[in-house]
Every structure is written in C-alpha cells, then in structure tokens.
Design a protein around this ligand. Structure first.
Ligand code: ATP
Length: 217
C-alpha cells in the first residue's frame, strides 16, 4: 500500500488541507491518507487554541465524505509535544514491509525541516511530498547537499517515475491561500468563515463557539 500521512495542528482543519490531500492522493495514487492531529507542535510558539478532541472531531467531520481519508489518534494517545519522527516510526512499525510512506507538508513547514528532531532519519524512513503554499518559496535550497539528489521536482502533470525511494517530491500545483491562523482571526472578529472550511466543520465551530467563547461545559 501507498500510505500518505498528513500531520498538523488542524486548528481548525480547512479547505486548503482538503485540497492538498485530494490532489496528493490523486497525483501519487495513494491508497490512504491519514490526517494526524498533533497535541502540540514543536515548531509553533503557541499551543493550539482548540482542544485536541475538538480538532479531532472536526477532522472526522471533514474527512467523512472521503473513503480513503482517515484520522489517526497516534499523537493524541502518545501525548506531550508531537514529534513527527515518533509518528513515522509508529506507522512503520504497524505497516507491512511492502508498504511505502509519504509524509505530506506545505512549503512553509519544509523550510523549517532541518530543525526537526532527527530529520535525517525522517528522510530515510519516509518519502516527503512538499506542496506549494502562496507566500512561501518552494525549493530545496535549505536542504544539506547530501539530500539534493533525492529531490524530485514534479511538473504540472505531476508525472513521476515510481522508482524505489525515499524521495523528496516538490509539487507546485497548490495555490490555496487558506490558513488556520486567518480563520481564527476572522472568527474573533465575528466574521463568516463558512467558505473556508467544510460545512460540517463550520456548523461545529458555530455550535461550540470555538475560537470565540467556547462552550466548555
Ligand atoms: P496555522 O495557520 O495555525 O499555522 P495552517 O493553516 O498552516 O495553520 P497546519 O495544521 O499547521 O495549518 O498545517 C498542516 C500542514 O498543512 C503544514 O505542513 C502546512 O504547511 C500545510 N498547509 C496548511 N495550509 C496550507 C495551504 N493553504 N497551502 C499549502 N500547505 C498548507
């Protein structure tokens, strides 16, 4: 099987995340995409605003229409700061030997990769799919020389030779401006965000008054 892993805080999950997962699933013929909400990202100064179970619930609602999309509790069950290397090791432990992993991230996250815990080992254990994000440069310049031969730049048709990896795929076909930070800010200002998230997620945010004065009891 070809297994995609999409890590993030998903605070909240938005249409940009879904567009990425849909396109990557198609481009790479993935059998499954696992969305993996973090308890807390080591790369973000602030903890997530919504509780882990709210972010999990919103992901379940958002992925429900997609037969190949799953939500993983691996980081929530592990607790503490969520390091991707630990998650990749856990997936590899549970996978068959013939399965391939594809970790999905945006260009902004990729630029911080060399600061990630055991990133060299990470690149040994999984393929990486890096997608473009407006306002962020997509190239491999931040990577040490040793990893450059592993970079594959995919053209507009996203054709790739499926040699045995792991590789670092750079995909320029995403032009989605949506960000969770902007959604939270809009909600605080009392603005509508229904066009930025799936309908069930908008309803959930509204019902529980997330990112405003959350209903806690
Ligand atoms: P925040 O604004 O809170 O930082 P975010 O919108 O970046 O959130 P995350 O949950 O942090 O969402 O993102 C998970 C992954 O999805 C990251 O690798 C991020 O780069 C990527 N990503 C999120 N939104 C986009 C987008 N619009 N285009 C490309 N990549 C994106």
């Amino acid at each position: 099987m070809r297994i995609g892993i999409f890590g993030g805080t998903f605070d909240p999950v938005h249409n940009g995340h879904l567009e990425i997962a849909e396109k990557v699933e198609h481009w790479f013929s993935l059998d499954r995409v696992h969305f993996v909400p973090a308890v807390r990202s080591p790369h973000k100064a602030q903890p997530p605003e919504a509780a882990a179970w709210d972010r999990f619930a919103m992901l379940v609602l958002a992925t429900r229409p997609y037969g190949r999309f799953y939500v993983s509790t691996v980081e929530l069950e592990r607790g503490g700061v969520s390091y991707t290397i630990d998650t990749i090791r856990e997936f590899r432990r549970q996978m068959g030997t013939g399965d391939d992993l594809y970790f999905i991230m945006g260009a902004d996250a990729f630029r911080t990769l060399t600061g990630w815990k055991e990133y060299e080992e990470l690149l040994r254990l999984t393929n990486l799919i890096v997608v473009s994000r407006p306002g962020h440069v997509l190239n491999a310049e931040g990577l040490p020389e040793a990893f450059r031969p592993r970079v594959r730049i995919l053209g507009p048709d996203h054709e790739s030779t499926w040699e045995h990896g792991p590789y670092i795929y750079l995909c320029s076909g995403i032009h989605n401006e949506t960000s969770a930070t902007a959604i939270r800010a809009a909600l605080r200002r009392g603005e509508m965000i229904a066009h930025l998230v799936p309908p069930d997620v908008a309803t959930y945010i509204e019902k529980y008054r997330l990112y405003r004065d959350a209903v806690t009891i």
